[in-house]
Design a protein around this ligand. Structure first.
Ligand SMILES: *[C@@H]1O[C@H](CO)[C@@H](O)[C@H](O)[C@H]1NC(C)=O
Ligand SMILES: *[C@@H]1O[C@H](CO)[C@@H](O)[C@H](O)[C@H]1NC(C)=O
Ligand SMILES: *[C@@H]1O[C@H](CO)[C@@H](O)[C@H](O)[C@H]1NC(C)=O
Ligand SMILES: *[C@@H]1O[C@H](CO)[C@@H](O)[C@H](O)[C@H]1NC(C)=O
Ligand SMILES: *[C@@H]1O[C@H](CO)[C@@H](O)[C@H](O)[C@H]1NC(C)=O
Length: 465
């Protein structure tokens, strides 16, 4: 049953602390780690989190809370704060809670829906949803709550959910969420696994947290469509996307680790929710969870070390892609909580990955910054938010058995919700008029787009003044 129960010869070196690497300056470099010891894991995580936070500038005077500097896109900043909420939840270290809370509240904006004016006209469904994922962790872990009148973490996720459910688009392809929210953004015609997978994930978590089955129906609808359209393959591979241009009949077959992770995560939440409800369909969700878990083997091609096959070996991962292993790591660790029977299988892989990942954190002035190529046995010479966040998530995930699972409103979760958030006129009408572009001519679309942006700017200006 378990897809990867190879008994591992690496168990020997898993327990060897990584110590005593010296730089030319003579200072001890590297991050010391003994994965059999929770305190050692926490101490290594504290170093890696510290280095991660050095990339953040949003709490400097004159900067905007929640933004990472170029070249990081806004969505990655959302993921970054999720990693910090997780860091607090796994280690108990609250040192970054203030900057995290400030950033999430600021970027949630007045309506609490992660559509801040500065991003509104460029953000996609997945961008918005990545911030919602961080708010969801905050709700599930009782992260210190915003004070009224700021909406609670739960209400923020509900706002994003409601807006995205409203965007479900049956004008082609039989349904699905588009990648982009606005017609003028390139990628509007694309319907992809990450936008639909993230929606699926927040819907399943809202169902579990609130007990409101409407969310579970949406999660099922998102699953059914994505499966029907062929983005979930026969071996439960998750392919990247399809396009309106041919009514979603040809597929971008690229497989990325975060797509595999988000669908697995959401399926495990549905398994958990339906099992706890005593529902008959829980066995279907268990089978899906198992099959998706098996399919993640693609991202562990050698030595049980996580790998991004499309770009890692060539060193050509772009800034976004450099962060994908962080999410697969984060989600795998949580799957061990939602579906505890997967623990041994998943943890074996997270352990070997964490050891390899931490061992190559030899970069930067301190000799502790991490690179991206976890399996080569050496530091690859790069630093960045994606690299750093990936190592942090895989490392802290080792503590999954030591902290309780995600809370719900009936097991102590205190986050304040609002099931009607995101359904007002200003949220839904802000997205109109929606143009439907019938052919794939992006150049033509771009010209129409710039005219349209002008029109919208003019209209918004009119509304404001
Ligand atoms: C920003 O936050 C970091 C991490 O908590 C802290 O070290 C730094 O002093 C803060 N900077 C400002 C200007 O508050
Ligand atoms: C939007 O940008 C302005 C100007 O840079 C900044 O003052 C404001 O805080 C930003 N708002 C958000 C939510 O990012
Ligand atoms: C487009 O695809 C959907 C989903 O597969 C299908 O139901 C619909 O009939 C297709 N429309 C056309 C015009 O082929
Ligand atoms: C559901 O998740 C909770 C929290 O992680 C866990 O305690 C519980 O055992 C899970 N339920 C099932 C049926 O696995
Ligand atoms: C359940 O969620 C749906 C969708 O947001 C909402 O319309 C409905 O009012 C909720 N039901 C309850 C009892 O909160």
């Amino acid at each position: 049953m378990f897809p990867f129960n190879r008994s591992s010869p690496r168990i020997l070196w898993l327990t060897i602390p990584i110590l005593g690497v010296f730089t030319a300056r003579g200072a001890a470099a590297g991050v010391s780690l003994d994965i059999t010891n929770a305190e050692s894991i926490k101490s290594a995580a504290s170093q890696i989190a510290f280095d991660l936070v050095t990339f953040y500038t949003g709490n400097n005077t004159g900067d905007t809370p929640g933004n990472l500097p170029d070249p990081y896109y806004w969505w990655e900043a959302g993921a970054f704060f999720g990693a910090l909420v997780n860091y607090w939840s796994y280690t108990g270290d609250s040192i970054y809670n203030d900057i995290t809370k400030q950033a999430m509240i600021h970027q949630a904006g007045k309506k609490g829906d992660f559509m801040p004016e500065n991003q509104t006209y460029t953000e996609g469904n997945d961008d918005q949803c990545f911030w919602a994922l961080s708010a969801m962790i905050a709700a599930e872990r009782n992260f210190p709550a915003p004070t009224s009148p700021t909406p609670g973490w739960l209400a923020m996720v509900q706002a994003v959910f409601n807006e995205q459910a409203h965007r479900w688009d049956t004008s082609a392809c039989g349904g699905g969420l588009r990648w982009q929210i606005y017609t003028w953004n390139s990628g509007y015609l694309y319907r992809n696994s990450i936008a639909n997978g993230c929606f699926f994930d927040i819907a399943s978590r809202l169902a579990r947290y609130t007990g409101n089955d409407t969310y579970a129906k949406w999660a099922t609808k998102a699953w059914d469509w994505t499966h029907m359209i062929g983005l979930i393959g026969t071996q439960y591979e998750i392919f990247d996307g399809v396009t309106d241009v041919d009514n979603c009949t040809s597929h971008d077959h690229n497989r990325w680790s975060y797509n595999a992770g988000v669908w697995l995560h959401g399926a495990s939440v549905m398994y958990n929710y339906t099992t706890e409800q005593g529902s008959e369909i829980s066995s279907a969700w268990r089978e899906r969870t198992d099959s998706l878990l098996k399919a993640t083997s693609h991202f562990f091609p050698e030595d049980d070390i996580m790998f991004e096959p499309n770009c890692e070996a060539s060193g050509k991962c772009n800034v976004d892609q450099l962060s994908f292993k962080a999410y697969l790591s984060r989600w795998l660790a949580e799957v061990t909580q939602y579906a505890p029977y997967t623990y041994d299988t998943i943890m074996a892989r997270l352990r070997s990955t964490a050891v390899a990942a931490v061992a190559q954190c030899l970069g930067g002035d301190t000799g502790t910054f991490c690179g991206h190529k976890w399996s080569i046995g050496d530091y690859d010479g790069t630093t960045g938010v994606g690299q750093q966040m990936g190592v942090l998530e895989v490392l802290q995930g080792l503590l999954a058995a030591d902290v309780g699972g995600a809370l719900t409103s009936s097991t102590g979760g205190e986050s304040k919700g609002d099931s009607a958030a995101g359904t007002g006129d200003s949220e839904t009408k802000a997205e109109l008029p929606v143009m439907h572009i019938d052919n794939g001519d992006r150049a033509g679309a771009a010209i129409v787009t710039s005219l349209f942006v002008g029109f919208v700017a003019w209209a918004v200006y009119g509304m404001v003044s």
